[in-house]
Every structure is written in structure tokens, then in C-alpha cells.
Design a protein around this ligand. Structure first.
Ligand code: NDP
Length: 456
């Protein structure tokens, strides 16, 4: 492997798609300097005009949504259905935050002897470091609100998946965003990522990735008291009570963990089932898993594609040794590509690493529980707290358990965690801060207080 370029591989075929140059520290510094200069004028663009430019960027993304989706299928192995949603999500996030510049409203606070007002000032250059699992949406969640708040953004995509981010940067320029306002800089995490963390002119880092690397990013940011948002790992629980619509819960459970081949920080990779409903639930789960369609991700019928890389395949395989308690498995294509069949482990000892670690692959562990307290206790085990689902027909129980589980994004009788208009982020070691939702601009601005004396 070269230090100056990277061969981007199609994970469904193992063929090299293209070779991408990797930036070094000098090129990173030059990109930050350009962004710094661009920020000086970007911050002064009138709010309505900034909003208009972001809407034009959204229109460009919309006009190229199919192209972006096809590119993601080839680069990341995402199913075409998912990839279309992901391109649409970038468009929608840009559209949502295009309304924000004109609504970045401060306060007028009653004080003696004058008038007191607050401003939300942009930070300057924001560094975004994003992972390979959802290259488009995670990039958009960082750059759209950051740009709307008047910052310039330098974004480092994951080495494995740079192609859609690079295309988005071209679309931004075509939409009329000034040069240097939004830069995508492919490079290694230990080179470009680390330099963005250390660079004195980068005022904030938005990082999504592993908890281990995220801790290093936070340590690096501490040296400069640099602002940081972290979206890290998860080991979310899908909690199924005996009084739930078991058919619906079982039908939804495979998608909740195997979507994107399980490479999802919100994957419900622990299914907790009330013991009295355990056998019935497992009987319903089996056909849902064996019928889950793992196939060429370019096919409209595909529900799951391959894992992202050989390395990830090896990592995931280590959680399913020959003596693993496999209850049942789905199928996956033979031949080239990093394919791994959907796999259900049960019963699993709660201390087993398949229950405690973020596997980031299509492997789910099923754990029985006795009652509500037991469910909450097991769901809260471990240091993660990102998302989760609760299946019950009892409204009081749904609310008690939702309040009891230490996680940032919960859904009741549903497995959907992400909406651009609602806040997203983790408890405990799943992260720090929130992305998306109506308040996202506050994490890309500093609140400034100005007192104007009215005394004569
Ligand atoms: P990483 O945390 O290593 O990568 C995330 C991003 O950080 C990438 O852009 C990476 O660059 C960059 N990076 C790596 N090292 C540094 C550094 N020292 N300073 C700054 N940036 C850095 O995730 P992995 O790809 O290694 O995945 C490993 C595991 O992490 C997965 O199996 C999964 O468990 C978890 N993960 C969780 C994610 C989530 O959404 N919560 C997303 C991705 C992974 P580069 O691509 O060059 O390595």
C-alpha cells in the first residue's frame, strides 16, 4: 500500500475502481489556509444569500442523486435502495439547513443601564472526519449545518470510501459555493485527520468513527481546547416484551441489525426478548432472517450487500468461531466480494464478546430477560448508549423503559433512529454532543454577548 495514493475497491467484486491521491501534511495545511481565507468572506455573505447557495447545492445533489447512488453502490457495496436514500438525505439535510442562516436568532436580555444582545458567531474552519459506513449522510450532517452557520469546512473522507464525498465537493462548486468554503481532502486518518485535529486554525472537529480513535481525537482537541463533536460506536438493544406485536417485531428485527451489512452505529445488534415470548419470537425471526436477500447490491431487490473490506470481514468472522452458538443463518453469494451471511447467535452468555463488542457486521445476539427491570438493566450494560428499540403495547411501559435506557435515540414499536429534523447522538462512550435537529447550528457557533450602554 502506498502513502501517496489509495486503490479504491468495489467490495462486491474486489475489483479496483480507481486510484485516489492521498494528501500529506503540507497539502492539509494548504487546504486549511485556503479555507481560512474563504471563511473571511463566507461569514459576511448575507444570511438569505447563504441560504440560497445551500439550496442550489441541494438542487445539484438532487439532479445527480442517481449518479451519486450508483457511485456509492460501487464504492461501498450499499444496496441501491439504501444509496438512493442516502443521496436524498444529503439533499434534504442541505435543504433543511438552508433555512437556518436567516433563523440564527440571538436573544435580547433585560439588563440595567442598557441593552444586552447575543450573537451566534461562526467558529472559522471546521474539520470533519467521517467513516466509511455511511459516507454521504454522515458527511452531510457535518457540513450542511457548519456551512449554514458561516463556517468553512475541510472534510476528510474514510480512505476506503472517498468517491461520493469528492463528487459532492464538485457539486458544491457547480452550485456556486465560493472556492475553499467546502473542501474534501482524501487522506489517511493518521496524516490528514490528525493534522486537522492539531492545526491551530481548525476551530472544531466533527468526528464519526470508532470509540477508540474518537478518544484520541478528543485528547488531541483538548490541547487546543478545540470544540469537538463525537459520534462513536454502539451496541444497541432491540427490546421485545411479551405483550408486543411479535409478528411485527420479528419481521423488523433483521433490517434493524443487518441493514448496511450491520455496519451501522445504530444497529440493534442485541435482541432482548422477554422469556415468556422467547420461543414464539425465535420461530417468527427464523424465516425473516433466512429470507433476508443478500445479493448484488446493484439489484433493486437486494436487502444487504457485502462488508466493506477484507479486514472488516476478518474482524466480523472472529465473532463467529466454529463453536459459536449459531441459532440460524441467512445466505450470501459465493465467489469474490466480502460477503458474510446474516447470523443469529442464541442463547449467548451476556458476558460473551459477541454481546459486549460492537461487531459492525451482520451478527446479532439474542438474550432473554425476565421483566421490565431486567430488560433495562441488560440494555444498559456496557459503555455504549446510542440507540435502541422497545416493542410493547403498554404505553406506560414504553415510556418507563424509554426513560430508563441510557441511549440518545430510541424508538417505540419502530426501528427508525434517524430523522434530519431531530437530534442524534450518544450517551456514555457512544459520543459527545448532538448532530441534526433544530439546534445543530449551536454546535458550530460561539455565543457572544454584547452589552450596549444607554446611559448619558
Ligand atoms: P476509525 O475510527 O479508524 O475511522 C473513522 C475515521 O477516522 C476515518 O476517516 C479514519 O481515517 C479516521 N482516523 C483514523 N485514525 C485517525 C487519527 N489518528 N486521527 C484522526 N482521524 C483518524 O474506524 P475504522 O474504519 O477503523 O473502523 C473500525 C471499527 O470502528 C468498526 O469496525 C466499527 O466497530 C467502528 N466504527 C464505528 C462507526 C460509527 O459510525 N460509529 C463508523 C466506523 C467505524 P482512515 O479511513 O484513513 O482510517
Amino acid at each position: 500500500m502506498s502513502d501517496t495514493s489509495y486503490d479504491v475497491v468495489n467490495p462486491a467484486t474486489e475489483e479496483v475502481l480507481t486510484t485516489v491521491p492521498l494528501a500529506d501534511v503540507e497539502q492539509t495545511d494548504a487546504a486549511v489556509a485556503r479555507a481560512r481565507r474563504a471563511f473571511e468572506s463566507w461569514r459576511t455573505v448575507a444570511p438569505a444569500d447563504r441560504g440560497r447557495l445551500l439550496r442550489r447545492f441541494a438542487e445539484q445533489v438532487d439532479a445527480h442523486a442517481e449518479e451519486l447512488a450508483q457511485l456509492e453502490v460501487r464504492n461501498s457495496g450499499h444496496t441501491i435502495g439504501n444509496a438512493r436514500w442516502e443521496a436524498g438525505n444529503v439533499r434534504d439535510v442541505l435543504t433543511y439547513y438552508s433555512a437556518a442562516p436567516e433563523r440564527l436568532i440571538g436573544k435580547q436580555i433585560p439588563v440595567a443601564g442598557g441593552v444586552d444582545v447575543t450573537f451566534h458567531e461562526p467558529l472559522g474552519v471546521v474539520g470533519a472526519i467521517v467513516p466509511w459506513n455511511f459516507p454521504m449522510p454522515i458527511a452531510g450532517w457535518a457540513f450542511a449545518p457548519a456551512l449554514a452557520a458561516g463556517n468553512a469546512v475541510v472534510l476528510k473522507p474514510a480512505e476506503l470510501t472517498p468517491l461520493t464525498a469528492m463528487r459532492l465537493a464538485e457539486l458544491a462548486l457547480e452550485a456556486g459555493l465560493p472556492e475553499g468554503v467546502f473542501t474534501v481532502l482524501p487522506g489517511k486518518g493518521t496524516v490528514v485527520g490528525q493534522r486537522l485535529v492539531e492545526h491551530p486554525d481548525v476551530r472544531k472537529i466533527v468526528f464519526t468513527g470508532s470509540t477508540e480513535v474518537g478518544k484520541g481525537v478528543m485528547r488531541g482537541c483538548a490541547d487546543r481546547v478545540k470544540r469537538v463533536t463525537l459520534e462513536l460506536g454502539g451496541k444497541s438493544a432491540n427490546v421485545v416484551f411479551a405483550d408486543a406485536d411479535l409478528e411485527k417485531a420479528a419481521a423488523g428485527a433483521p433490517g434493524a441489525v443487518f441493514d448496511n451489512a450491520g455496519q451501522d452505529c445504530c444497529a440493534r445488534s442485541r435482541i432482548l426478548v422477554q422469556r415468556s415470548a422467547y420461543d414464539r419470537f425465535m420461530a417468527l425471526l427464523e424465516p425473516a432472517v433466512t429470507g433476508f436477500r443478500v445479493e448484488d447490491p446493484a439489484m433493486d431487490t437486494a436487502q444487504m450487500g457485502p462488508l466493506i473490506s477484507r479486514g472488516q470481514w476478518e474482524r466480523v468472522s472472529s465473532y463467529v468461531p466454529d463453536d459459536a452458538p449459531v441459532a440460524f443463518r441467512g445466505t450470501a453469494p459465493d465467489g469474490p466480494g466480502f460477503w458474510f451471511p446474516p447470523t443469529v447467535l442464541a442463547p449467548v452468555d451476556p458476558a460473551d464478546r459477541a454481546v459486549t463488542d460492537e461487531i459492525f457486521g451482520p451478527v446479532v445476539a439474542v438474550v432473554p430477560f425476565e421483566d421490565e427491570d431486567d430488560a433495562v438493566r441488560i440494555a444498559n450494560q456496557g459503555e455504549y448508549g446510542l440507540s435502541g428499540s422497545i416493542w410493547t403495547r403498554d404505553l406506560g411501559r414504553a415510556l418507563r423503559v424509554s426513560r430508563g435506557i441510557e441511549a440518545g435515540n430510541l424508538s417505540v414499536n419502530s426501528n427508525s433512529s434517524v430523522r434530519y429534523s431531530t437530534p442524534f447522538g450518544g450517551f456514555k462512550q457512544s459520543g459527545l454532543g448532538r448532530e441534526l435537529g433544530p439546534d445543530a447550528l449551536h454546535s458550530f457557533t460561539e455565543e457572544k454577548n454584547v452589552f450596549l450602554s444607554t446611559e448619558v
